[in-house]
Design a binder for this molecule. Structure first.
Ligand code: BES
Ligand code: MN
Ligand code: ZN
Length: 508
């Protein structure tokens, strides 16, 4: 079940004497390959530079050229791969991640068994050497992810899995630092790929109970304390939001709490993730077109789990509590009805106008639970509204919150790590839209502003002076088109990189 990522190492041996399959070089569109290699230092000999000199490609973004190593060159590797990076001025971290994924694609296409990457792309556009290594490695690890758990041997062979050994040519004095960088990136990528595995798992395999089992196994070997509330315990705490959503399913709901305390007396960061293992809509049932994609409705929770695993593996010096409410939203004789009124753990009465607006009901109790840890910041992630897919599509998650400085920080972190976010307002005027005539609030807030009124609903369950950010990942959590090479079809693992970068920057 464990996701095996391919091997990436650094090597400082002279590239000429490297006896592998492919030497990979990236070039901008404004220069010949040998020029960029100057920056590789002693690991690249004059021979390599001479060989590459005439093998000029335009260097356009995504362009690749694979040539057999010319005879008598003195280079022991079998082949040389040149990859175009596009315009020098346009190169950024995201471009480097895509480059890594392009290298993976080349490995698959040409059956490359080992690859020594000469990525001498530092000192440009403010990108540091380590960032080049980190971004390209991330692209390789995230681009080579496959969900093959349920494919029999035959179809796996058909898809010809390649598992190249990857090296980065590195100057000797940089090897220790580079290895450390790779370790950290590996932990983050394992977290992203864990979130993808969970997201891609279908509803018959992953339900609230099996998710709990999985979490216990995953966290057992890590310094993370796991506490699980079952129906009885949920009832005792008055968590009727979670209970109501789960009551239509044969598999009862749960609330998972994970505590990672490795930050001494530093403040606590609380992260909350929606984990509806399947969302049929309940009695307010969804149309059947694309309903199968509602197995992804636990991707917020998956992001929290991937994040917890990553920070624990990195031994990040932070205090984090991860909270994952999980339920299955099904219609049945025991399901909640439209019109039901429930009392949440916080004491707020909610009129359930639409049972398909279930995410906010489980988050209501989970956010209230997060308050009990007195965190400095609460961040929640949820595939909350179809309206967010309409507003922002697949290239940014929606963010809302009660502290504009914090929102700005999250935006900046998102721009850097690739999990981009964009703000929507929580003006008071929108709050009126969720006023109920029979309870305190109702769980839908039409007409208009569906993502915002969902955010307004959640805001009622955090204390007013608590810094809180809500991230709607409905449009970014999965991508059936694989529109980016570092994001294969299916769950994207969105949120893991964002949370890791944020925790590293502001809580470590
Ligand atoms: N999980 C869905 C939101 C969703 C829909 C995410 C499509 C990604 C793609 C959520 O539980 C939901 O059904 N929301 C409703 C809310 C409405 C009833 C107020 C929606 O967005 O239609
Ligand atoms: Mn729903
Ligand atoms: Zn949902």
């Amino acid at each position: 079940m464990k996701n095996q990522m391919l091997n990436i190492n650094v090597t400082s041996s002279l590239v000429d004497k490297w006896r592998g399959d492919v030497i990979a070089v990236a070039v901008y569109d404004d220069q010949q390959p040998q020029k960029s290699l100057e920056e590789c230092g002693e690991v690249v000999s004059e021979e390599v530079k001479r060989v590459l000199k005439d093998r000029w490609i335009n260097g356009k973004d995504g362009e690749t050229l694979l040539i057999p190593t010319p005879a008598k060159s003195g280079i022991l590797a079998k082949r040389v791969l040149i990859v175009g990076m596009g315009a020098r001025k346009k190169v950024n971290l995201e471009g480097l991640r895509v480059l890594g994924a392009q290298l993976v694609a080349a490995c698959e296409k040409h059956n490359i068994t080992s690859m020594n990457c000469l990525m001498a792309l530092d000192k440009h556009n403010g990108i540091k050497r380590n960032q080049v290594l980190e971004s390209v490695a991330e692209g390789i690890w995230l681009g080579s992810y496959r969900f093959e758990q349920f494919q029999s041997k035959k179809s796996k062979e058909e898809s010809k899995p390649v598992n190249p050994k990857v090296y980065f040519a590195t100057r000797k004095e940089h090897t220790d630092r580079s290895k450390k960088s790779l370790e950290a990136v590996a932990a983050i990528c394992r977290g992203v790929n864990l979130a993808r595995d969970l997201g891609n798992s279908p509803g018959n395999i992953l339900n609230p109970e099996t998710l709990v089992d999985r979490v216990k196994v995953l966290m057992e070997e890590l310094p993370v304390k796991v506490t699980v509330l079952n129906e009885k315990a949920l009832a005792k705490k008055g968590m009727n939001g979670i209970l109501a959503v789960g009551q239509g399913s044969g598999t009862p709901p749960r609330l998972i709490t994970m505590e990672y305390n490795n930050g001494g007396d530093k403040p606590v960061l609380a992260v909350v993730g929606k984990a509806i293992t399947f969302d049929s809509g309940g009695i307010s049932i969804k149309p059947s077109v694309k309903m199968e994609e509602m197995k992804f409705d636990m991707c917020g929770g998956a992001a929290v789990l991937g994040f917890m695993q990553a920070i624990a593996q990195m031994k990040l010096e932070v205090n984090v509590v991860g909270i994952v409410p999980t339920a299955e939203n099904l219609p049945s004789g025991s399901a909640q009805r439209p019109g039901d009124i429930i009392k949440t753990a916080k004491g707020v009465f909610v009129e359930v106008v639409n049972t398909d607006a279930e995410g906010r009901l489980i988050l209501a109790d989970a956010l209230h639970h997060a308050e009990s840890f007195d965190p400095e910041v609460i961040i929640d992630l949820a595939t909350l509204t179809g309206a967010c897919v309409v507003a922002l599509g697949a290239h940014a998650s929606g963010i809302m919150g009660n502290n504009s400085k914090l929102l700005k920080k999250i935006r900046k972190v998102g721009d850097g790590c690739g999990d981009r976010v964009w703000p929507l307002p929580l003006f008071d005027a929108y709050q009126k839209q969720i006023k109920s005539t029979v309870a305190d609030i109702k769980n839908v807030g039409g007409p208009g502003g569906g993502t915002i009124t969902a955010g307004c609903f959640l805001s009622r369950f955090v204390e007013e002076d608590r810094d809180w950010v809500h991230i709607d990942i409905a449009g970014t959590a999965w991508d059936m088109a694989s529109s980016k090479p570092n994001f294969p079809k299916g769950a994207t693992g969105v949120g893991v990189r964002l949370l890791c970068s944020y925790a590293e920057k502001y809580f470590a």
